[in-house]
Design a protein around this ligand. Structure first.
Ligand code: NIG
Ligand code: FE
Length: 415
């Protein structure tokens, strides 16, 4: 044994069936009061009542949690962590009244980040990303999905995937890679958007599949991005290649992207702000997992949040993530996302915790290894500065993580 965390007030284990939790199961946190966790190498060797814990080895470090709450590390299943440049001017433009779509149409938005990202060197991108990763860790995140999508050319997309691969290989936290070459039409194809879709389908997707460059492929189905017809072509090509698929759907308007993407085999659907009752009913029959991103609604000053409550009630195994990106969601703070989910999507604190940990691990195919605190699982857990797990959604905009452990190593410790 290398590390023992003792005197835990609430150990939120999320033990239970090893499949995406839906409906009432999302409220079952399986909390153990007055608990101890022991860690041997990178694994949890004991997680249970302190009264039954084996004696702590003399050689082990012991941390007294002081009656605080311990949770599995957050799994942030949707981020755009790698990019260069700044979009803070767009923040001011929105305050003055321009919309996100107007800014994008005038050459800003994703294209602005694309230009800066294309110009940046591998090392610059890696340095920025490392700093952001540390910020995510300080907020209690111990596993992330990271997308490409600011390159939008074969070369620049490869550069982004390379940088994500280095972050993953550094081994600090678990990282999943998603190819988002279909994030926007690049300027070179302004006169021929379908030509870019052909490039994606005929060149880029096959390279992703044969060289195993990403765990998932993604597409932004929206007015101003990819049309339902283009998305159909792209997702059919990806499916033929046996790639795992997800999609950004119904974010800014309702275009039935959710039903389309679910019908074409996407297992994960992201955003869904404008998906209505009929859409929710339809995707609930497909066994997909919705990834809800309330940070992007908040940061764009919008009011239409995804209907998380209706999705849970319809039996969907909801996930929460930051959508960290320089345009619509500049935050890596999962606790803030929990607060938004509780306040604006009427998810209970317990449901929000399940969505940000176990269900998030499921949507990345990682539930055998992370997402809950159980013996044999990877030791990814966080001591939060609260005495009751419900405080995580109640307080907002303040630091909560005090000790962050990933793979058995203490990555962050706030005194
Ligand atoms: O998830 N929806 C598309 N992509 C991002 C925004 C990207 C950007 O503005 O840079 C999102 O919200
Ligand atoms: Fe996104």
């Amino acid at each position: 044994m290398n590390l023992a965390i003792v005197n835990i007030g609430e150990l939120v284990t999320l033990r239970g069936p090893n499949r995406p939790r839906s409906g009432r199961d999302m409220s079952e946190l399986q909390i153990i009061l007055d608990a101890t966790v022991q860690i041997t190498n990178d694994r949890i060797s004991y997680a249970g009542p302190s009264s039954r814990a084996p004696a702590t080895a003399d050689t082990a470090d012991e941390f007294d949690a002081g009656g605080r709450v311990v949770l599995p590390g957050f799994v942030d299943a949707h981020t755009h962590l790698v990019w260069a440049g700044s979009r803070v001017d767009e923040f001011e433009r929105r305050i003055r009244g321009e919309t996100y779509e107007q800014i994008a149409a005038s050459g800003g938005g994703i294209r602005s980040t694309m230009r800066a990202t294309r110009e940046a060197s591998d090392m610059e991108l890696l340095t920025f990303a490392h700093r952001r990763l540390d910020l995510a860790i300080r907020n209690g995140t111990t596993a992330l999905e990271i997308k490409s999508g600011y390159g939008l050319s074969e070369r620049a997309e490869r550069k982004m995937l390379r940088v994500i691969g280095w972050l993953r290989d550094a081994g600090k936290v678990k990282i999943a890679t998603t190819f988002l070459g279909a994030h926007a039409i690049p300027p070179e194809f302004d006169d021929n958007p379908d030509g870019y879709v052909d490039l994606l389908c005929n060149e880029m997707l096959p390279q992703i599949a044969t060289e195993k460059l990403a765990d998932f492929v993604d597409i932004f189905i929206e007015r101003g991005a990819f049309t339902p017809i283009q998305a159909t072509k792209y997702l059919m090509a990806a499916q033929k290649l046996g790639l795992k698929m997800r999609a950004h759907v119904d974010q800014l308007g309702r275009n039935h992207g959710a039903e389309l993407a679910a019908g074409l085999g996407c297992t994960v659907l992201d955003h869904l702000e404008h998906t209505d009752a009929a859409g929710i009913k339809s995707i609930a029959t497909k066994g997909v997992q919705p990834v809800l991103l309330p940070g992007s609604v908040y940061a764009l000053g919008r009011t239409k949040y995804a209907d998380g409550r209706a999705m849970i009630d319809a039996g969907l195994a909801v996930v929460l993530a930051t959508d960290f990106n320089p345009g619509s969601s500049p935050t890596l703070a999962m606790p803030m996302v929990l607060s938004l989910a509780c306040t604006h999507m009427r998810m209970s604190p317990a449901e929000a915790i399940t969505a940000a940990t176990f269900n998030a691990a499921c949507c990345l195919g990682w539930n055998d290894e992370i997402g809950s605190i159980e013996e044999g699982k990877r030791a990814d857990l966080v001591v939060h500065d609260c005495a009751d797990h419900r405080e995580l959604g109640y307080y907002f905009g303040q630091e909560t993580a005090r000790v962050v452990v990933a793979g058995g190593k203490v990555l962050y410790h706030r005194q």
